[in-house]
Design a protein. Structure first.
Lengths: 303, 358
């Protein structure tokens, strides 16, 4: 049994073909994770709740996309319905339930979220059945992979990385430059003042939650052609997203991006050098970050 | 249930109608043990059909040992459940395919192809838990025995129910093996195939996936690659007999889906019970158990039209077992090469000796 295989890792790091393949593999894991984690961090940043049920939106995104794809045969529509469907769901969920537990005990918030993890899983079971499902790769992407410098890169993953990157840029610029972005940041900083200025904070909270849900749904829809769909598929993604937000710093979008990419690269290169310790590597990294910077790489000191 | 209805329609077991009391342990061994006890003590059940995976089946087995109730295991493929003499009790039987049988047949089949195509460099990729480790270990053991110049150059052990296998896929591609063995199953296997597909992995190596040829996996994968080698789980065209095809169609007509590996095993268990009860004309557990021991019955899933409940270790033998390659549409596995039970028996006996079981 091979515990540590540094030779494999070293020979990969010196071969351009291997570098290209493993880096893209790390990027796609990272970018999907980023989409889920950024929603989580955004919701925490503004609403100050840890949305433990966030994985469910990833799951619903995938199932919505599969159903839309089966009905229409259009991949673009599938992605769109994954994103829009979960945005709506997020809005309803926030207005009907989450808005009632703001400012309450953290335990209370956790319990409500956990209840919905179970409820959402059962809803999926009732609608789509308990068996695993598969959406299938759209015909346009059933093409041989590209070879870049000898490395293997599937075209679908280029699309996936592109869409996720575009979402990151739009989100980052939107929050930094646009008026709505400024209001959201203001609401995160001082909600009392924002509402005193006559801005409807309920609307902002609902909108942010919907946006977070939409990003997770987008990730689910993008993942649907390559991952099997099961009730409960959101859970493992949620755990990794938490690791990402802890590493990057809760509430930081740049942190979520860097954290997600680091986790992706740790997985892809770690599986070469430490085949039996890839998971452990992730947690080890998290511990190191937490010990040296308890607020995460890009987290602000809590006032 | 299909079989139970047949038996009941024909007058039941020794004139008594079968009543099914169905409980769900949610995969928890301690819950399985509790439920099994309750079924016997409170609900008054006289026979247990145990559909637990390996973990729970050992728990139910202990309950059967304690209560002396007749028990037929219909799911656990872990060889030690019946091969280990410490587990042996007169009132429990296993009506299931077995890990060691699958490994012997699979490795024999794979070694044949390895020699013909001179596949020397192999990689493995299996889920990281007892079943994955044991099955892969046994497969490799026999593969090397049948084809001594085979070498394992890369091993991957993804977690059970891991959503993304990209890093495993690319790692295997880097290692450039000529063949890959995997005992991933269910949703994990279909995820893996979807993700490996877009890296065109299946054009670059021969893939041996023991759990591919089960209708649940075959019908879910949308872009099933051609030419994956797989063991038979349940395929209505293997054994290629009218009886088997008719059974598969009847099942599909009733439930609107194809039978699984577990379907034929449970059906066979009921067939065994029916024959054993007829033989002794009694539903007394002890008498039925005696009749079951060494019983051979006609069965659509038998390699030669019959299956036997072997007397010395109370386990099913003679069932149809084989490997073939998949195609993306029905019949999915057009040409299954049957395993040879004579070889299985010889190697199984050696294996038991090496484990200290005999």
């Amino acid at each position: 049994m091979i515990l540590v295989d540094l030779d494999a890792l070293a020979s990969c790091l010196t071969s351009p073909a291997c570098l290209v393949t493993q880096t893209t593999s790390g990027l796609i894991i990272g970018m999907l994770l980023f989409l889920v984690a950024v929603g989580l961090t955004l919701i925490f940043g503004v609403l100050k709740v840890v949305n433990f049920s966030h994985g469910a939106f990833y799951m619903f995104g995938a199932y919505f996309a599969m159903t839309a794809y089966q009905l229409t045969g259009s991949f673009a529509l599938a992605i769109l319905s994954g994103a829009v469907g979960t945005a709506l769901l997020g809005l309803i969920f926030e207005r009907a339930f989450m808005s009632r537990v703001y400012g309450r005990d953290v335990l209370m918030q956790l319990l409500v979220c956990y209840a919905f993890v179970l409820i959402f899983d059962d809803v999926v079971r009732m609608i789509w059945g308990p068996e695993f499902r598969s959406m299938g790769m759209p015909a346009a992407f059933q093409v041989p992979p590209l070879f870049i410098a000898g490395g293997v890169v599937p075209p679908y993953y280029l699309l996936l990385i592109g869409v996720a990157l575009a979402a990151a840029v739009v989100l980052g610029l939107g929050l930094a430059r646009s008026r709505i972005g400024k209001v959201i940041r203001a609401a995160a900083h001082n909600p009392g003042m924002v509402s005193a200025l006559g801005i409807n904070t309920g609307l902002i909270y609902g909108g942010v939650f919907a946006l977070g849900g939409m990003l997770a749904g987008l990730a689910g829809a993008l993942a649907a052609p390559v991952r099997s769909l099961t009730p409960g598929m959101g859970f493992s993604v949620l755990i990794e997203s938490f690791i990402v937000t802890v590493i990057g710093g809760m509430g930081s979008i740049l942190g979520a991006l860097i954290g997600a990419l680091l986790i992706g690269l740790i997985r892809s290169f770690g599986s070469l050098g430490f085949p039996l310790f890839t998971e452990g590597l992730m947690y080890l990294f998290m511990v190191i970050v937490l010990v040296s910077r308890p607020t995460g790489l890009f987290g602000k000191e809590v006032a | 249930m299909l079989e139970v209805e047949k038996v009941n329609a024909a007058g039941g077991l020794a004139g008594r109608q079968i009543e099914m009391v169905i409980r769900d342990s949610k995969g928890q061994p301690q819950e399985a043990a509790r439920i099994a006890r309750e079924l016997v003590n409170t609900d008054g059940c006289e026979m247990l059909l145990d559909g637990e995976a390996s973990s729970g089946s050992f728990a139910v087995h202990e309950v059967a040992r304690d209560l002396g109730v007749l028990c037929i295991h219909t799911c656990s493929e872990a060889s030690s459940l019946t091969a280990d003499p410490k587990q042996h009790i007169p009132n429990a039987f296993r009506c299931v395919r077995q890990g060691i049988h699958d490994s012997i047949v699979g490795a024999g089949y794979a070694a044949g192809i390895a020699k013909a195509k001179s596949l020397k460099k192999w990689a493995t990729c299996s889920p990281d838990y007892a079943y994955g480790r044991d099955t892969t270990g046994e497969f490799v053991l026999y593969l090397k025995k049948f084809a001594p110049d085979v070498e394992i150059i890369s091993e991957s052990w993804p977690k059970l129910f891991q959503p993304d296998y990209t890093e495993v896929v690319t790692k295997i591609l880097q290692a450039k093996p000529q063949a890959l063995y995997s005992c991933l199953w269910g949703g994990d296997l279909t995820s893996y195939i979807d993700q490996a597909n877009i890296y065109a992995m299946f054009n670059q190596m021969e893939v041996f996936a023991v759990n591919m040829a089960d209708y649940t996996a075959l019908t879910v994968v949308k872009n099933l690659p051609k030419g994956i080698h797989s063991g038979d789980r349940y395929i209505k065209t293997f054994p290629p007999t009218p009886e088997n095809a008719a059974w598969g169609d009847a099942y599909r007509a009733k439930y609107n889906e194809y039978p699984t590996n577990w379907s034929w095993q449970n059906a066979t268990a009921v067939m065994f019970l029916n024959e054993a009860v007829k033989k002794v004309n009694s539903t007394d557990g002890k008498k039925v158990a005696e009749a079951l021991t060494g019983l051979t019955i006609k069965c659509p899933f038998g390699a030669d039209g019959t299956v036997t409940m072997r007397a010395d270790d109370h386990t099913l033998v003679g069932y149809a077992i084989g490997w073939g390659t998949t195609i993306p549409q029905e019949p999915y596995v057009p040409d299954v090469k049957a395993g040879d039970w004579k070889t299985i028996f010889e190697l199984e006996a050696e294996w038991k000796k090496s484990k200290g079981y005999t």
